[in-house]
Write a protein that binds this ligand. Structure first.
Ligand SMILES: [Zn+2]
Length: 432
């Protein structure tokens, strides 16, 4: 069998056959001869008229340990669709790329799974090449049709670059939280860009939008999708309750200290010797005391360690105001653990009455926020919507950063988010 025939069978390049094979120190260079005479523009227009010709090389998947380079004549055409001179499309590579489609698909498949340095070493290409390939494959695979059947979405902000920059991310609740859109920024204008891309007809189909308790996403949704029910994401509501606990800790420390002072004054002179065993440590050092109690109050009661459980018990026994803080926080969390969601309005109203009379400033303030968002909070319970998948995105983005992607620009990070969290399936050349 002739070498050209063997390479023809082995490479099976669409739309071309092998004319010559050269073994060079840089690798195996395969010259291709095009079958068709027609020139195609990426806009779809085609012609037989050649504007000019040149030779171009594409890097292909390695053959054994040898690099493979495909070489072919590439022509330009005066495209009437685009109204200018453009380079023709070739069937084995994406427009503008110096890599074959197969090579790019393998890079994208690996980028979903391993770090960038490993890819550059395995495939002998540069960091910049990997980033460009990811962007090209995502642009090629991302189909506008993903926005067609969208009814219930979740919107959230995610931070990157050590929390200095933000992206707004939209996920489809009905497609297992797959990311369908991401944009730079976290303002109302950012989300409006999504609604604009969705267009009027598809935006009018939206039934529910879950989001945080901030004003930005609400403003954009009020303006663009007023028919959609807005849901306050449970994760953000609970996060506010945890923030209230943190505020109350510092506030309560002052109360405990005053209590200890009064008790000491009433007891007269300080008894000599060591305090009896089991008596709580005097609240002297605020930082230490806060640290001592914080996790006992914040953690899920089912997950408490014996020591933390003891702290909680001690707060209850001594009638600490912090025990009431903990009860209030758990009372709000109970909203999401009701066996019958129909009880939610009554439960929330009971909690609101309790919290606003608690005389704990942080929880009185929280009750005001919750009251303002009452309908949105209850809508989330009724529809069972939560952005938990989106919250997982923050850790996924940390992983993407850790693997060496997304350092350069928001665009590169957005491409990786679509690739890794957008439900894109990259088919390997060996799976076709
Ligand atoms: Zn064109």
């Amino acid at each position: 069998m002739r070498a050209t025939t063997a390479f023809n069978k082995m490479l099976a390049i669409p739309g071309a056959c092998v004319a010559a094979v050269t073994f060079t120190p840089e690798g195996i260079v395969v010259d291709l001869k095009r079958r068709g005479k027609r020139l195609r523009c990426s806009c779809g227009w085609s012609t037989r008229a050649v504007y000019d010709r040149s030779t171009r090389s594409w890097r292909g998947l390695d053959l054994g340990a040898s690099k493979l380079v495909l070489r072919a004549e590439i022509r330009r055409l005066a495209c009437r669709g685009c109204g200018r001179v453009r380079t023709e499309d070739v069937p084995w590579a994406r427009p503008g790329s110096r890599f074959t489609g197969d090579f790019e698909d393998v890079v994208a498949w690996l980028a979903q799974r391993m770090d960038k340095t490993a890819i550059t070493r395995l495939l002998r290409c540069s960091w910049a090449a990997v980033a460009n390939i990811v962007a090209r494959v995502v642009a090629d695979q991302l189909d506008d049709a993903r926005l067609d059947e969208v009814y219930r979405i979740g919107v959230d902000e995610v931070s990157y670059r050590k929390g200095h920059r933000y992206l707004t991310v939209v996920a489809d609740h009905d497609r297992d939280g797959a990311v369908i859109w991401a944009g730079e920024g976290k303002k109302a204008a950012t989300l409006q860009q999504f609604y604009d891309q969705l267009g009027q007809t598809r935006t009018a189909q939206l039934q529910a939008v879950s989001m945080d308790l901030g004003a930005a996403f609400k403003k954009a949704t009020d303006a663009k999708a007023p028919q959609a029910r807005q849901c306050a994401d449970p994760f953000h509501v609970i996060a506010l309750a945890n923030e209230a606990i943190d505020k109350a800790l510092r506030w309560a420390w002052n109360i405990e200290r005053d209590k200890a002072k009064h008790a000491a004054a009433a007891a007269g002179p300080k008894p000599r010797g060591r305090p009896p065993a089991g008596s709580p440590p005097p609240p002297r050092d605020q930082a230490r005391w806060v640290k001592h109690t914080r996790w006992a109050l914040l953690k899920d009661p089912d997950q408490l360690k014996p020591k933390q459980l003891e702290v909680l018990h001690e707060l209850r026994r001594t009638g600490s105001v912090l025990y009431r803080c903990w009860q209030l926080k758990e009372g709000l969390r109970d909203l999401y653990r009701l066996s019958d969601p129909a009880d939610a309005p009554a439960h929330l109203d009971w909690w609101l009455a309790w919290a606003c009379r608690s005389r704990i400033p942080a929880f009185v303030a929280l009750s005001k926020t919750v009251r303002t968002n009452r309908d949105r909070i209850l809508a989330a319970v009724e529809l069972g919507l939560s952005n938990s998948k989106l919250e997982g995105l923050n850790s996924k983005i940390r992983l993407i950063n850790h693997r060496g992607y997304g350092h350069h620009s928001a665009a590169a990070l957005i491409a990786m988010i679509y690739l890794c969290c957008g439900g894109l399936t990259i088919q390997l050349p060996t799976e076709r």
